[in-house]
Ligand binder design. Structure first.
Ligand code: BGC
Length: 749
């Protein structure tokens, strides 16, 4: 049987959620904003721009709320949400409700895989489900605004925040980020189960030098436009309610005071109408960055650049009034910022429904629907990167005994991953629990953690695990990073397995028993040696509440792995930045160059060849972007094109038959890459332009069609000009970015 999939790459559905509302509703909201604004004093207006994380709820805070000096609170305990809201609604002069916010990054109570793991699914419904469940649960606790998705493209796995984003590619990040926004916001922000999302951190935070958090980013206009900004533009077009300006500087200018980004691009070019908040203290920190000398200057630069809401810094409440009096900040600037905040509050229906229902929020947490979605997300997110001689899937009927080992095998807290304020570890199902639940009656499951936590260097437990290995048919080793080793400010210069985990794998491998290594981490790790030592390797990253059952299902073949890597895994840290869509250079490594141990003593200067590589790391990464195996086998036919010459007005159809020639029904992520053979700026060797995750039954094949228009072939140059240049292009439909099949060729006239 043959089915046909049509993927319209050219018009990727950036569904404009806010645009779906009738103009009259928007007009009604504008008129409500107008009436309210006409009643407000300057102090009350400034108060709306003040966002506070109270740390403790004291009388001073309550007085500020009553006085109208606070527009938004983050991290308000759910038990007092209604009391605090009542202070604003009943006791402040104008009764403007507070906007209650919290970071709900990959789940509120039911924790989904970290965003980087979600990106491994290449399945937008995973991000959508995460958004939908997050909004449902968080809204029950009074949260109406969250700071997600993080759509910072990055090439640096040392950066701890790589865990929070969708990897290294602008297109994949765009579609996953938009799906998350749609899940959180729905089609109407006023729905009681929906909350406002935030596209963060605008912009270029992911380019932080040396992968060190809060560091500077320096880049060209074309890199900014082609790689960094597309996910933000997609988020703006999808109607994301807010943007967050980040902590970093971009080419010397802090992004929280960067009017080029926040006004020229966001407002003027993209026509964005939502609210812009700062990051935590990021306006005030412009003084620490030596960009301004005083907090008053920071406030002026922040609001003039386009930051509407000041998170935590209190510099707007402290200084805007006098800045307006002396004319450094114009009244229109203040009014525009306040309007953006009030508009959001009206859109969220906060004036009509400021309170949460008094019934217990708990009954809405961890519902069977949420748990099922979290488990499916975890299953879709697992990537098989090695499977020697069919080591996986395990055959339950043939196994008598398995050794479950490693510090992540039974670590309910750690598997939830970073940025997880509210998930309760008592709901996590670990791999050990799931394996016991599913196979404990038929297989002898020996558990020996070997190391009590990922950083442990205590070798005693490793001896015990090695002893137990002799009693087992197969070893399942769950290694990786604890949750606290990735996320904000959790950067690592060495991204190998922490502690003595490398020793653990080495010793287990030496037993001769097959080692199945499962990596549960917040970033790509340099695990080449450990991969070599294992018979099979699964990259699971931090899979959330239901990581355990998802892994058990994949290990035993109830679920066939279908994830692909959204980010390059380097062999060595020294290769970073290493990413798939790099440039060919004038000296490409088209042949295997000499490696360090092969160099003869006193080698002549010319004997090594001259190409772009490292003597010690060689050419290429450990695992490339888009890579992932399956238990089945997929064959790709040569690509056919509907034309070999197109004009800018044409649509090209590129097709490929993908056949499942193995023994398992499975899903495959079919990827479309394009290369512009010559441009007015050098072009990346390959660029992802579309993908489709297709289910194919064993023995069947599907035709996957991608529609490509000239819009896919353009790029921004260094003067921010969009260029679609005639010339020759190469096109691949392949299972991963490194696939070297001959490309199809076409010409844009
Ligand atoms: C982070 C943001 C986060 C904010 C609020 C900051 O430190 O950079 O991503 O949303 O805190 O908690």
């Amino acid at each position: 049987m043959k089915r046909t999939y049509l993927i319209i790459v050219a018009i990727f559905a950036l569904v404009c959620t806010s645009c779906t509302k009738s103009p009259s509703l928007d007009a009604q909201i504008e008129s409500k904003v107008d009436s309210l604004m006409s009643l407000m004093t300057i102090q009350e207006k400034i108060g709306q721009l003040n966002q506070i994380d109270p740390w403790n709820i004291n009388d001073e805070l309550k007085a500020d709320i009553k006085a109208g000096n606070i527009g938004s609170l983050l991290n308000c305990p759910p038990s007092i949400v209604n009391d605090i809201q009542r202070l604003a609604v009943d006791s402040s002069r104008l009764g403007i409700p507070l906007l209650l916010a919290r970071d709900v990054i990959h789940g509120y109570k039911t924790i989904f895989p970290i965003p980087l793991a979600q990106a491994c699914s290449w399945d937008t419904s995973v991000a959508y489900d995460c958004g939908e469940v997050s909004a449902f649960e968080a809204s029950k606790a009074g949260i109406k605004y969250t700071f997600t998705p993080m759509i910072d493209v990055t090439h640096d796995p040392r950066w701890g925040r790589i865990a929070e984003g969708y990897g290294e590619d602008a297109y994949l990040t765009s579609v996953m980020g938009v799906a998350m926004i749609e899940g959180l916001q729905g089609s109407n922000l006023a729905d009681k189960d929906k909350i406002a999302a935030c596209a963060k951190h605008f912009a270029a935070y992911g380019l932080t030098e040396s992968g060190r958090d809060y560091n500077v980013a320096n880049t060209s206009e074309s890199v900014l436009r082609n790689w960094v900004l597309p996910p933000f533009k997609a988020a703006a077009e999808a109607g994301v309610a807010t943007f967050m300006a980040g902590f970093n500087e971009l080419n010397g200018v802090p992004v929280s005071g960067n009017s080029y980004l926040l006004r020229d691009i966001l407002r003027d070019e993209w026509g964005y109408k939502g609210m812009v908040c700062s990051d935590y203290f990021s306006v005030e920190q412009m003084r620490v960055e030596n960009y301004v000398s005083t907090n008053a200057e920071a406030a002026a630069v922040g609001i003039n650049a386009g930051v509407d809401m000041d998170m935590m810094g209190k510099v707007y409440v402290a200084h805007l009034d006098s800045l307006i009096k002396v004319g450094v900040v114009k009244m229109e600037t203040l009014d525009a910022a306040v309007r953006n905040v009030l508009r959001l509050k009206f859109k969220l229906g906060l004036f009509e429904n400021p309170y949460i229902e008094a019934d217990s929020a708990e009954s809405h947490f961890y519902t069977s629907d949420a748990i099922a979605k979290a488990q499916r997300a975890a299953e879709e997110s697992i990537v098989l990167v090695k499977n020697d001689s069919g080591a996986l899937p395990l055959n339950a009927s043939k196994l008598k005994s398995i050794l479950v080992t490693g510090p992540l095998a039974d670590a309910p807290y750690e598997q939830m991953g970073t940025w997880c304020f509210d998930g309760d570890k008592s709901h996590s199902v670990t791999p050990l629990m799931a394996l016991k639940q599913q196979y404990g009656d038929s297989i002898n499951i020996i558990y020996q953690p070997a190391l009590t936590y990922s950083r442990s260097r205590d070798l005693v437990g490793i001896d015990a695990a090695v002893r137990d290995a002799s009693k087992a048919d197969v070893i399942l080793a769950f290694v990786g990073e604890e949750a606290i080793l990735s996320g904000e400010a959790k950067c690592r210069a060495d991204i190998s397995l922490p502690g003595a985990q490398n020793k653990l794998i080495e010793r287990l491998s030496a037993t001769g028993k097959p080692v199945i290594m499962v990596v549960m981490a917040g970033r790509p790790l340099t695990i080449g040696k450990e991969v070599d030592e294992s018979a099979a390797t699964l990259i699971a990253l931090h899979g959330g509440t239901m990581a355990g059952p998802a892994l058990a299902n994949v290990l035993f073949g109830k679920v066939v792995p279908s994830g692909k890597l959204p980010v390059t895994f380097p062999k060595m840290v020294g290769q970073i930045p290493i990413y798939y869509n790099d440039f060919r250079t004038g000296r490409p490594a088209d042949y295997r160059p000499t490696l360090i141990d092969e160099i003869p003593v006193e080698a002549r200067q010319t004997s090594l060849g001259f190409c772009t590589y490292h003597l010690d790391a060689g050419v290429g990464p450990l695992f490339e972007f888009g890579y992932g195996l399956s238990y089945t086998k997929f064959d790709y036919s040569p690509v056919t094109l509907s034309a070999t010459e197109i004009t800018a007005a044409d649509t090209l159809t590129a097709s490929c038959n993908v056949s499942n020639t193995g023994a398992y029904d499975a899903s495959e992520v079919v990827q479309l890459y394009i290369h512009d053979k010559a441009g007015s700026l050098v072009r990346p060797v390959k660029e992802l332009k579309g993908f489709s995750k297709v289910k194919i039954k064993a023995g069947e094949s599907v035709t996957v069609n991608f529609l490509v228009t000239a819009a896919q072939l353009g790029f921004y140059d260094n003067s921010a000009k969009w260029c679609v240049e005639p010339g020759e292009f190469e096109l691949w439909i392949v299972p991963s970015s490194a696939c070297r099949t001959a490309p199809a060729q076409f010409t844009l006239k």
